[in-house]
Design a protein around this ligand. Structure first.
Ligand code: PMP
Length: 460
């Protein structure tokens, strides 16, 4: 057998094992059974991924908006390796501690706004949101306000897939999966800034956050949770002033504000944290993904020092909440290195510069390709829509599979992006690693343009 034949046989073997034994997250079980895995990746270097057939792609979503420093970094691997060889794991229960967890908590306190100085570690985003809900509800119980249990989040928000996080997620396909019974979650219509500021005459007032607080009674609301910019729900950027209005609203009623910074955090939006684009300080930030650049799992709930102090004064008991991997030394060592790199390499200001390159890229796509519209870009978090006729606001019909076709044309040319089809949208999300250079982003835009030309021919 030739080497090529051996390789083909190996690939086929892996594909078969994948189909037989691996159930993929957030994937079509049926498509997997019919076609097997869509890609098997074997290597990553910088912003590029290589699959088992040797084809190279730009990782245009930083994998899952997390490999922010790019693939194949020796410094991050070394941080993991050093820790694995010294002390791979030790528990943080019962106030046991370890150096990487201590150091990274301190570093987080330094880079977060306001007095968001205390960190509770988890293994990922959903666990972080779930932990925020539980810790906040426990607080209200201890404060003698046990009815303050409801969490208000926004339609099209994505907050994860554990029971509570699923209920907080404002996308029906996730929200109804598995008949999640977790009570105490309400979803408001996003971005009704005037209502949040107090305009009760607005036709959609009832579905605004303020309207919901009024209907339920503020004494029953524990917290409001939102992404500074919605990611999975279609890259929805709030209008200027919205986050400030919600901050003021939460202050008015003594309700906590939780910013889900799981995508936005650690430089993605051209600021260290997404909330800094509006200059607000939430009461809690939940983070994950970029905190380790995706190299190892880690998440966290970051809370105000004053909240922790109050919690300590309210109870002499135990926080009956913690994960085996809360404060995992190896994850924390990689996080510490990631945060060091962000600072040393001035990644956040680099992202701000690259924002201009992306915006120019969108402008030239809109000029040359008739279906491209609604471009939005904050830092390296960006998207555009394709419409059948942007001038008349006529969308493609779901049966036309516009976003899927365009996404496939991009992939065929070596660019992986995220199509979002929720509620009839045809959105293409582009969120490449934060280390992407001008030339690399321009390479991605050249592919977008070729893919759009092919797309235009196919849908004629
Ligand atoms: N919140 C947001 C904003 C997210 O984008 C995600 C993941 N895409 C989560 C929460 C859930 O994180 P995880 O998948 O790590 O549980």
């Amino acid at each position: 057998m030739s080497i090529a034949n051996v390789k083909d046989t190996l690939t086929e073997q892996l594909r078969e094992w994948d189909r037989n034994y691996f159930m993929h997250p957030t994937s079509s079980v049926r498509a997997h059974q019919e076609h097997g895995p869509s890609h098997i990746f074997t290597k990553g270097e910088g912003i590029y991924l290589t699959d088992i057939n040797g084809k190279t792609y730009i990782d245009g979503l930083s994998s899952l908006w997390n490999v922010n420093l790019g693939h194949g970094r020796k410094d991050l691997a070394e941080a993991a390796r050093n820790q694995l060889e010294t002390l791979p794991f030790t528990s943080s229960f019962n106030n046991f501690s370890n150096e990487p967890a201590i150091r990274v908590s301190k570093k987080i306190a330094e880079i977060t706004p306001g007095d968001l100085n205390v960190t509770f570690f988890t293994s990922g985003g959903s666990e972080s949101n779930e932990s925020a809900f539980k810790i906040i509800r426990e607080y209200w119980k201890l404060k003698g306000q046990p009815e303050r249990t409801n969490i208000i989040s926004l339609q099209k928000g994505y907050h994860g897939v554990t029971l509570g996080a699923t209920r907080a997620t404002g996308m029906d396909n996730f929200n109804t999966f598995g008949t999640s019974f977790a009570p105490g979650f309400l979803q408001a219509t996003p971005y009704l800034t005037e209502c949040e500021k107090g305009d009760t005459t607005h036709p959609n007032y009832a579905s605004s956050i303020r309207g919901m607080i009024e209907k339920e009674g503020p004494e029953k609301i524990a917290a409001v949770m939102m992404e500074p910019i919605q990611g999975a729900g279609g890259l929805n950027v709030p209008p200027k002033g919205y986050l400030q209005a919600v901050r003021a609203l939460c202050d008015e009623f003594g309700i906590f504000l939780i910013a889900d910074e799981i995508i936005c955090g650690f430089g993605r939006t051209g600021k260290m944290f997404g909330v800094e684009n509006e200059g607000i300080v939430p009461d809690f930030m939940t983070v994950a993904k970029g905190i380790t650049s995706g190299y190892v799992p880690l998440g966290a709930v970051i809370m105000r020092e004053s909240f922790r102090d109050e919690l300590a004064s309210l109870t002499d008991g135990i926080l009956f909440h913690g994960f085996t991997y809360s404060g995992h030394p190896t994850s924390c060592a990689v996080a510490l290195k990631t945060l060091e790199v962000l600072e040393k390499e001035n990644i956040v200001s680099h992202v701000k510069e690259m924002e201009i390159v992306v915006k120019n890229g969108f402008a030239s796509l809109i000029e040359r390709h008739p279906h491209v519209t609604n471009d939005r870009c904050v830092g390296l978090l960006s998207a555009f829509d394709v419409f059948k006729e942007p001038e008349t606001n006529t969308p493609f019909q779901p049966a036309e599979f516009a976003a899927q076709i365009l996404s496939k044309e991009c992939e065929d040319r070596g660019l992986i992006i995220r199509p979002v089809m929720y509620k009839g949208a045809n959105t293409i999300v582009f969120a490449p690693p934060l280390v992407s250079t001008k030339a690399e982003i321009e390479e991605a835009f050249a592919i977008f343009s070729d893919a759009l030309t092919a797309f235009e021919k196919r849908i004629q």
